[in-house]
Structure formats: C-alpha cells, structure tokens
Design a protein around this ligand. Structure first.
Ligand code: ATP
Ligand code: MG
Length: 180
C-alpha cells in the first residue's frame, strides 16, 4: 500500500484545489517557512479522522478551513481526499485503489467517504486499523513526537508496537463489545 495522491481544497493555506502526486520511494517536500509543508501532513491526519484541533495546530476544528488572506475571502468548507494504491491488498478491501475523503463545513459536522460512498468515521478508523497508517499510528511522526515517545508512560509507548503487531483492531472490538 502507498499513498498515491492527495487532493486538497480549502484546507488551511490551500485555498485553491491542489493535487499532489506521490511515487513509491522517498518524497521530500521543501519550501520556505510557512509555505504549507506541515499543512500537508495535517491534511493526511485530518482525513484519517483526527478529532483534536490541537493536534492539527489549531484551537478549534474550524481552523482547518481556509480563513482568508489579504486578497482572498474565507472559504466555507474544506475537503481532503487521499488516494491509496492497494494492489497488495494491505487494506482489507477488494479494491486496487482506495480513496478516503473528509469534508467539513463551517457550520460543523464532518462528512466521510470511502471510494466516494458516504460512510462513518468509524468505518475509516477500522479500515486503517492495523494498517500502520491510522491517525494514531507511527506513520506520521510530527515535530516533537519523538521526545514524547521517549518520555511518556510505558503504557502509552506500547501503542505503536500494538499497531505494528496488528492487534489494535481486536482490542478496539473487545472494548466496543464490552460497552454494549
Ligand atoms: P515551517 O518550515 O516553519 O515548518 P511549513 O511549511 O510547515 O513551515 P505550515 O505550518 O504548513 O508551514 O503552514 C503555515 C501557514 O499556513 C501559515 O502561513 C498560516 O497562516 C497558514 N494557515 C494555517 N491555517 C490556515 C487557515 N485556516 N487559513 C489560511 N491559512 C492558514
Ligand atoms: Mg512545518
């Protein structure tokens, strides 16, 4: 599985519809300070279901929507789509290509889609659980995250290992079952 493409519209500094293609191997994004490099990583985390505005370097969820600039008016919604190559069936679905979309309006609620079909956040969470790409996983290491890994409690540090071992899904389902 690899991330083939990301399409962004209205997300943070990306007022215009922007598409970025990735190839297998290493991609480096370079640019001046404040040009939007970290916003790309934020967009990936957001579409995977990040619910914490703070983790997205904002104070409220609305902060992910383009807030306007000297020359442009604010936008009313934002949308991010990830396109993943799944020819190796790393994600447990029968499709060679999987798209995941999240959209949010200033008025609130997020909408989620898998291959353009409306779905719940929970479906996205489950799709990526144990894939190594979930929003809580080690696939996105933010600035400061390494220190956090070294200093937090052993129980917290176990998370990435459980994700890598592929048991997070079972723990999640067990918790859900116990709640009912
Ligand atoms: P650095 O090299 O300093 O890490 P960077 O390239 O990672 O910089 P980002 O943090 O991705 O930069 O981008 C920050 C820019 O995004 C700032 O200019 C900020 O004004 C802009 N930005 C963030 N949220 C919004 C928003 N909701 N609307 C408009 N612009 C935004
Ligand atoms: Mg940055």
């Amino acid at each position: 599985m690899f991330l083939k493409r990301i399409d962004v519209v209205g997300f943070k500094s990306f007022a215009d519809k922007t598409g970025i293609d990735f190839s297998p191997g290493i991609t480096a994004v370079v640019g001046p300070n404040g040009s939007g490099k970290s916003n790309i990583a934020d967009a990936i985390r957001w579409v995977l279901g990040e619910q914490s505005a703070k983790n997205l370097r904002g104070s409220k969820m609305e902060d992910v929507i383009f807030a306007g600039s000297e020359t442009r008016r604010p936008i009313n919604f934002c949308e991010v789509t990830l396109t993943l190559d799944n020819t190796d069936r790393h994600l447990p679905v029968v499709f060679d290509e999987v798209t995941v979309t999240r959209r949010v309006y200033r008025s609130g609620e997020s909408e989620y889609f898998i291959n353009r079909q409306p779905c719940r956040l929970r479906d996205i969470t489950e799709l990526f659980m144990d894939s190594g790409m979930g929003r809580e996983s080690y696939s996105i290491i933010g600035q400061g995250r390494i220190e956090e890994m070294l200093s937090t409690r052993p129980e917290d540090r176990r998370g990435p290992f459980e994700d890598a071992a592929g048991i997070v899904k079972f723990k999640f389902r067990k918790r859900e079952a116990e709640r009912k």
